[in-house]
Design a protein around this ligand. Structure first.
Ligand SMILES: C[S@@+](CC[C@H](N)C(=O)[O-])C[C@H]1O[C@@H](n2cnc3c(N)ncnc32)[C@H](O)[C@@H]1O
Length: 258
């Protein structure tokens, strides 16, 4: 996992696709929330893209959790500044080790499951955290995400770009969740294009949002220069470099028999 703590202060400016994904997931989830103020959990809340939307619903209770103290601190400042009248708690914890003391009407997890070590084991635990009829709202990055970067990296270095982040097709995700006792209720997906003025700006932004392996540190000088040149092939009339992000927003419920 990248060190989000180091990047926390820069994350908000860099994380356009994550913000877009959080927004889409939030909108999609609204139809699945109870009519009364809900009890909500935001796992891997980061600096609070989604947490602030959730707080704006004036939930009965909002828990936000992140493994990075620095990301959580930024989330806290935003919640304090904008939603001091909402009942929220922050947890600095690994989602995969969390043991909540309440149950939730909706659990959100956006742009975070790509870092989990044992998704099926985690899902098995998480099932018990939901109220009856509760929903699990997942925002994830599909397999087409950063396809331009991966092919440019290969062209520049002859090596495949290595990153610990897992990308999933929506079918694959549905299958993993099904296997763990969840049923897909709804989903939307889209390709979001992020444009940059230059190759350097593109690579720097990826570094600031926590995409590891993309920066020039793992490359020698010649490879880094070649990568910058090859990335310019992704240009369009608006930007010198463009990256695609496949955004998947999915709503799941626990299957009745579980
Ligand atoms: C790409 S950011 C997404 C943050 C936020 N959900 C958003 O939409 O902007 C991923 C976040 O997940 C957190 N994270 C990664 N693995 C985690 C884990 N196992 N438990 C809790 N948080 C985790 C990171 O610290 C980081 O803040």
């Amino acid at each position: 996992m990248p060190n989000f703590s180091i990047k926390a202060s820069k994350y908000d400016l860099a994380s356009e696709p994550q913000a877009e994904l959080a927004e889409g997931l939030f909108e999609l989830s609204l139809d699945y929330l109870p009519d009364i103020p809900p009890v909500l959990l935001d796992l891997g809340c980061g600096t609070g893209h989604l947490s602030l939307d959730l707080a704006s619903l004036f939930p009965r209770h909002l828990d936000c959790l992140d493994i990075s103290k620095e990301m959580l601190e930024i989330c806290k400042q935003k919640l304090q500044a904008n939603f001091s009248n909402v009942k929220w708690r922050l947890f600095e914890n690994d989602a995969e080790n969390f043991e909540p003391d309440i149950k939730y009407d909706a659990i959100y997890c956006s742009a975070t499951i790509q870092w989990f070590n044992e998704l099926p084991v985690f899902l098995e635990k998480l099932k018990k955290w939901l109220n009856p009829n509760g929903v699990l709202c997942i925002g994830a990055f599909g397999e087409k995400t950063l396809c331009e970067l991966r092919s440019a990296y290969f062209e520049a270095t002859g090596r495949h770009l290595e990153t610990k982040a897992k990308l999933f097709s929506s079918d694959k995700l549905t299958a993993i969740f099904k296997e763990s006792g969840f049923k897909l209720q709804d989903q939307v997906e889209c390709i979001y294009t992020q444009g940059f003025e230059s190759s350097i700006a593109a690579l720097k932004t990826l570094g600031n949002m926590g995409v590891t392996g993309a920066g020039k540190k793992s490359l020698n000088r010649v490879e880094a220069q070649k990568l910058k040149e090859v990335l310019l092939k992704t240009n369009n009339e608006n930007f010198a470099v463009n990256f695609s992000w496949e955004l998947l927003a999915m709503i799941f419920r626990v299957k009745p028999s579980q």
